[in-house]
Design a protein around this ligand. Structure first.
Ligand SMILES: NC(=O)c1ccc[n+]([C@@H]2O[C@H](COP(=O)([O-])OP(=O)(O)OC[C@H]3O[C@@H](n4cnc5c(N)ncnc54)[C@H](O)[C@@H]3O)[C@@H](O)[C@H]2O)c1
Length: 429
């Protein structure tokens, strides 16, 4: 099939290369000229395992352009995969989706399925339909709007796209259903075909549920700290119950990234707009914020006076195996410690270039050991595998004070004690 994709970010680009991998002809469009230049040169503008390999392998089936017209004319399916960031009041900013819908309308030349891939609130498909109807130039041309939310995780996006737990397809016509099932026929996964509103809600409800699991275990971690229990053991005991499941029960410094914070906000907002006070989710959000504050307090408590102390930070991305720092807890931690007068040194295997655009006045190091050198405290914010394998004796020797505050529980407290560290982590004493 011939597919156009508008938006070449984590979702759009992954969708593009993976659809090419399963045999489709794809043109990916973005209005970011630099991104398209890189892609035309065979390079990926984001770090995501497996993407570059698939780009090369499928280069005859993949095109890139800055012109939306090329994503529409002559294609069977057009994906909208642009960002839907939060407005200050928590509502999702759908202006990119709207503007792209208007552009698509201009170039509609024949029947097409317009796929809403971006995460959007319930009823957005209807609005896209109204917008395209209003702006289309050719009154006779027909189209369908489909909601096909994406569940990939950054860091394993390609694998998640090609081997998903399920594919959700929200349609309002048999024709669109047939086309979407054909598009995904090579992917072996349950295909859930529902109405567009239910599909939109499945995405927001899923992400909010996962955020709730994280906040729940973080609240339990705080009770563990206060009572002397160990949250890792509690989570293990809970997670083996199949009704609960072990995923998303890792206590830490709370969720970040471009999805959970904004999707929780958007779900609270849309619920309120249509008449329901989703107070449970408001609490999920509060717990998440409090978790970061408690973590900074932990760092402060281990330093006594923060001013002029050197804090080394390991990990900047919001999770391992990605260079994405959007809403990463590291931003909050660095900002808070700087306000209190600390000197900051950082290292991350992939996310330093992005962080340099936010903070110029902190020291960027080439290795975890360079961060540890003369640090009063070492703080772990992302659980990159590289950090698990650190030579702890060497780290201790390099530091001014052997203090590690671990926001991701990557070490065993007993081992750390044996090495002579003052080791503070989450939900374990
Ligand atoms: N990142 C994830 O893990 C993930 C997972 C599932 C769903 N989603 C959802 O998918 C959507 C996209 O997320 P993302 O992480 O890929 O975002 P992103 O910011 O990485 O990518 C969005 C892209 O759209 C482009 N764009 C914006 N306006 C445009 C326009 N008018 N014309 C052409 N291109 C335009 C931007 O330049 C950018 O490259 C969001 O709604 C997000 O919530 C994201």
């Amino acid at each position: 099939m011939k597919v156009g994709i508008i938006g070449c970010g984590y979702v759009g680009l992954t969708t593009g290369v993976c659809l090419a991998e399963i045999g489709h002809y794809v043109i990916c469009v973005d209005n970011d000229v630099e991104k398209i230049k890189k892609l035309l040169a065979g390079k990926t503008p984001i770090f995501e395992p497996g993407i570059e390999k698939l780009l090369k392998k499928n280069k005859r089936k993949l095109k890139f352009s800055t012109n939306i017209k090329e994503a529409v004319i002559g294609n069977d399916i057009v994906f909208i995969a642009v960002g839907t960031p939060s407005n200050p009041d928590g509502s999702p900013d759908l202006s990119y989706v709207e503007s792209v819908s208007r552009e698509i309308a201009k170039y509609l030349d024949d029947y097409k399925v317009i796929v809403e891939k971006s995460t959007v609130p319930v009823e957005t498909a209807q609005w896209i339909k109204i917008t395209i109807e209003k702006y289309k130039k050719n009154n006779n041309v027909k189209f369908d709007v489909v909601s096909n939310p994406e569940f990939l995780r950054e860091g394993s996006a390609v694998k998640d796209f090609l081997y998903p737990d399920r594919i959700v397809i929200g349609v309002e016509s048999e024709r669109a259903k047939r086309i979407m099932l054909k598009l995904y026929s090579k992917i072996k996964a349950p295909k859930i075909v529902v109405d567009t509103k239910s599909a939109e809600l499945i995405k927001h409800a899923s992400n909010s549920f996962l955020a709730m699991k994280i906040s729940f275990i973080n609240a339990v971690a705080n009770i563990c700290e206060l009572s002397g229990a160990d949250v890792e053991k509690v989570a293990l005991g809970m997670g083996l119950d199949r009704r609960i499941g072990k995923d998303f029960l890792r206590a830490g410094i709370g969720y970040g990234g471009s999805c959970f914070p904004k999707d929780v906000d958007a779900f609270i907002w849309i619920a309120e707009k249509i008449g329901y006070d989703f107070s449970l989710l408001k609490e999920v959000k509060k717990i998440n914020q409090r978790q970061r504050e408690l973590f900074v307090k932990k760092i402060e408590d281990s330093l006594w006076i923060v001013k002029d102390k050197t804090v080394g930070i390991l990990g900047l991305s919001f999770k391992p195996n990605t260079d994405d720092i959007r809403e990463a807890p590291s931003i909050y931690v660095i900002r808070s410690l700087r306000q209190k007068g600390a000197k900051i040194k950082v290292y991350d295997p992939k996310a330093m270039d992005k962080m340099k655009q936010l903070f110029q006045e902190i020291e960027y190091c080439n290795s975890p050991y360079e961060v540890a050198k003369n640090a009063d405290c070492l703080v772990i914010l992302t659980e990159w595998d590289e950090f698990r394998g650190l030579d702890l004796a060497k780290v201790k020797k390099l530091m001014l004070q052997p203090v590690i505050v671990d926001g991701r529980n990557i070490f065993d407290p007993e081992t750390m004690q044996k090495f002579g560290f003052i080791y503070k982590c989450i939900g374990r004493s």
